[in-house]
Design a protein around this ligand. Structure first.
Ligand code: NAD
Ligand code: G3P
Length: 342
């Protein structure tokens, strides 16, 4: 437990999920608010509370004094009387929300990026299925490596929600110091950008791992943005959103930054490593893996052309060789660059 006096305006916030990103977000908020970080593994949470450091998921970043660590779910809900933040991977969102069913929830923000495997749903659609429309909810996304946020380095995020009250609450709670928080009402656009960029980071990792050069990398990122935009607009997102932080911004970060777990999956594939080995070595979620399949299926259903995503899914799930992935992309028929839909 940590006891710390906060200034007026401090909110009571619980972060549910104690991986790398939940921990970094909880640390950033704890400078100004009463924050409790909850994790489902009680032994790991006790270790974290004793070490004041998330030794497993985010080692080397000592917790600020205002951060309380807990493993009791009811206590975490009671603590987060102003805001709850779901900080698990997409695969954990439905089970986590099921635990919240029938409970008093002030406002709920989720940090996960992806489409749900099996259903092809975005996080806000999962939320609606499980909890209905009564809880104000929103997605916090944008280019943000946990390690950099934990170090207090500058970063810009976007909170997307149809609820202006929720957007204002998150901006008031998080904006300031080295964190800028923009707001958007385009929940679909923000969630699609965050989901698909992970698949494209795997593609860029493959290309870089094969030594294909900076020209190829720039081409993949740019045509990747076209894929994000095609799928996102087909689902109702706005074109401008894909040019912003949660689209182009996060795409650039994840495709080029070696801190990206998804990029590292691509680098590993290019070295000829098996997917299971790469994922085990990572020790963290790589959302682009399940998402590649979800996006391939969804795009096929919607008739949206997503050649890079399909090529990545071929390597991940159909045994295609990384070199073949690149050859397949290069062999496509020529087309107009900006023909609509792009
Ligand atoms: N790490 C980053 O830099 C970063 C930045 C922005 C967004 N994200 C996104 O945030 C999400 C979480 O990423 P991460 O980096 O924290 O992953 P991680 O692999 O570091 O940790 C995942 C955590 O989620 C927990 N978890 C899984 N299922 C759960 C459930 N049902 N209930 C409660 N906890 C559960 C695990 O125990 C683990 O603590 C992902 O969707 C990721 O794309 C990550
Ligand atoms: O490490 P990655 O690839 O999961 O990316 C982390 C964040 O989504 C970057 O914004």
């Amino acid at each position: 437990m940590a006891h710390h006096q906060h200034a007026a305006g401090a909110r009571r916030i619980s972060v549910l999920g104690a991986g790398a990103w939940g921990t970094a977000v909880a640390m950033a908020l704890a400078a100004r608010h009463d924050v409790l970080l909850w994790g489902r593994n009680s032994a790991a949470m006790h270790e974290m509370a004793a070490a004041r450091d998330n030794l497993h998921y985010l080692p080397g970043h000592p917790f600020p004094p205002g951060l309380t660590i807990g493993a009791d779910f009811d206590a975490a809900l009671a603590h987060g009387s102003d805001l709850l933040i779901a900080a698990c991977p997409v695969a954990g969102l439905r089970p986590l929300l099921e635990q919240l069913k029938g409970r008093a929830i002030p406002k709920l923000v989720w940090l996960c990026k992806g489409f749900e495997y099996g259903t092809g749903l975005l996080p806000h659609q999962i939320m609606r299925e499980v909890l209905g429309d009564s809880v104000p909810g929103g997605a916090l996304s944008g280019p943000s490596f946990a390690q950099e946020v934990a170090r207090g380095l500058p970063c810009a995020l976007t909170i997307a929600s149809s609820s202006a009250e929720l957007r204002d609450c998150v901006v008031a709670a998080m904006h300031g110091g080295n964190v800028r928080v923009y707001s958007s009402a385009d929940l679909v656009g923000v969630e699609v950008g965050g989901a698909v960029k992970n698949v494209l980071a795997i593609a860029t990792g493959v290309a870089d791992g094969l030594g294909l050069g900076l020209n190829a990398r720039a081409a993949l990122i740019t045509r990747g943005l076209a894929e994000i935009t095609r799928l996102g607009t087909a689902l109702g997102g706005q074109v401008e959103t894909f040019m912003g932080l949660t689209g182009m911004g996060d795409l650039i970060l994840t495709c080029t930054g070696d801190l990206s777990r998804n990029r590292r999956v691509g680098l590993g594939l290019a070295q000829g490593k098996a997917l299971d080995t790469i994922v085990n070595e990572l020790g963290h979620v790589a959302e682009g893996v399940p998402c590649a399949k979800a996006v391939r299926d969804l795009a096929a259903r919607l008739g949206v052309d997503m050649p890079i995503t399909n090529a990545v899914a071929g390597v991940l799930f159909d045994g295609d060789q990384p070199q073949a992935m690149v050859a397949k992309l290069l062999a496509r028929d020529p087309r107009g660059e900006a023909s609509l839909p792009i």
